[in-house]
Design a protein around this ligand. Structure first.
Ligand code: NDP
Length: 319
């Protein structure tokens, strides 16, 4: 059945366009579909978002036996489609938020108009850029301790980075693991003082100062160690660990919105506290693209629900 959109001057128009297909985007799609907004969702570069690169997800409510990331995202997509969301593959390559309806360009060659926009383009974890890091992703290399830490109960692991994320991940892992090495490339931490105190005084956390990863070591069973080198002297050092948690920052996917929406200095979209409203009326942001603190699938889904309800109310106010 064709999707029931309206046409204005031959250009496709939708009441609600959702950008991104992580838990935030699909949850916004489920709610806006059920509210008869007939949303169109563009999946973006990585259909299903960051969860498609994790293996088991055990902390998403409703799955007592856990679920794999790809399966969870497939379920969310099917649920959105069941209520009529028009899920499309395609990358939004430009937006004009200067007037409503908003002009959205897809794949550089198709344009459509959206009365409301829900941005759920997520954030991407920064990686070290080592070949071995790619090779062992999901087999000992992770960018999320809350997602994957459980699998390393009583193991020796390491966390790379010296910011708030790395120190939080190290503290979290120290509650589960036998030993946690925190590998910091300088001789000081970037993290807040409170987080610094937590890792500096923790009996299970050992900070390896002034070292950078050179290679992640492993075999068919996964990671078996990490080779480091001293930041100044290049002298190598090997650690026997089965898990490597990379926590060197995230980059929110907001390039499209620079100069158009208010952003935090770190690049995340600013929302009005307690809501998903952005600095432009009719534009809502949900999930990791606006989240500096939690970055969980379930919090993304929660804000996706908020964005949908706010978009619906916004449209009602315009009538
Ligand atoms: P940050 O950018 O703050 O820290 C990144 C860390 O990784 C730095 O220590 C940096 O080293 C190190 N690093 C970067 N690249 C490399 C590399 N190639 N090799 C080795 N180390 C590297 O990122 P975070 O994700 O920690 O934090 C992002 C923002 O989110 C911050 O503003 C933070 O305060 C906030 N946040 C807040 C939390 C909270 O309030 N609960 C929790 C988590 C994050 P260097 O210092 O040398 O640059």
């Amino acid at each position: 059945m064709p999707h029931p959109y309206r046409k204005t001057n031959f250009m496709e128009t939708t009441k609600c366009l959702i950008i991104g297909s992580g838990p935030a985007g699909y949850t916004a799609a489920i709610y806006t579909s059920r509210a008869d907004l007939n949303p169109i969702l563009y999946q973006g570069i990585q259909p299903g978002g960051q969860l498609t690169i994790t293996t088991d997800v055990e902390n998403f409510p409703g799955y007592p036996n856990g679920v794999t990331g790809p399966e969870l995202m497939e379920d969310l997509r099917k649920q959105a489609e069941r209520f009529g969301t028009d899920v499309r593959s395609g990358i939004v390559t430009a937006v004009d938020l200067s007037k409503r309806p908003f002009l959205v360009t897809v794949d550089d060659n198709k344009q459509l108009l959206a009365e409301t926009l829900i941005i759920s383009t997520g954030a991407s974890a920064n990686w070290l850029g080592l070949e071995s890091e790619k090779k062992f992703q999901g087999m000992g290399v992770s960018a999320c301790a809350t997602c994957d830490g459980f699998f390393y109960r009583n193991h020796d692991v390491c966390v790379i980075g010296g910011g708030d994320t790395a120190t939080e991940e190290a503290s979290y892992l120290a509650n589960l693991c036998n030993k946690v090495y925190l590998i910091v490339r300088r001789d000081e931490l970037r993290a807040s003082k409170a987080m610094q105190r937590r890792v500096l005084n923790h009996p299970k956390i050992e900070i390896i100062w002034k070292h950078k990863p050179k290679e992640i070591l492993g075999d068919n069973s996964g990671v078996t160690g990490i080779l480091l080198h001293h930041s100044d002297t290049n002298v190598e050092r090997k650690l026997d660990v089965t898990g490597v948690f990379v926590a060197i920052g995230h980059t929110p996917n907001t390039t499209l919105f620079h100069e158009q929406l208010e952003l935090h200095p770190e690049g995340y979209i600013k929302t009005i506290p307690g809501s998903t409203r952005t600095s432009v009326d009719g534009v809502f942001a949900a999930g990791d693209v606006q989240d500096l603190h939690y970055r969980q699938g379930i919090t993304a889904a929660g804000t996706g629900c908020m964005a949908a309800i706010e978009a619906e109310r916004f449209l009602q106010e315009q009538d």
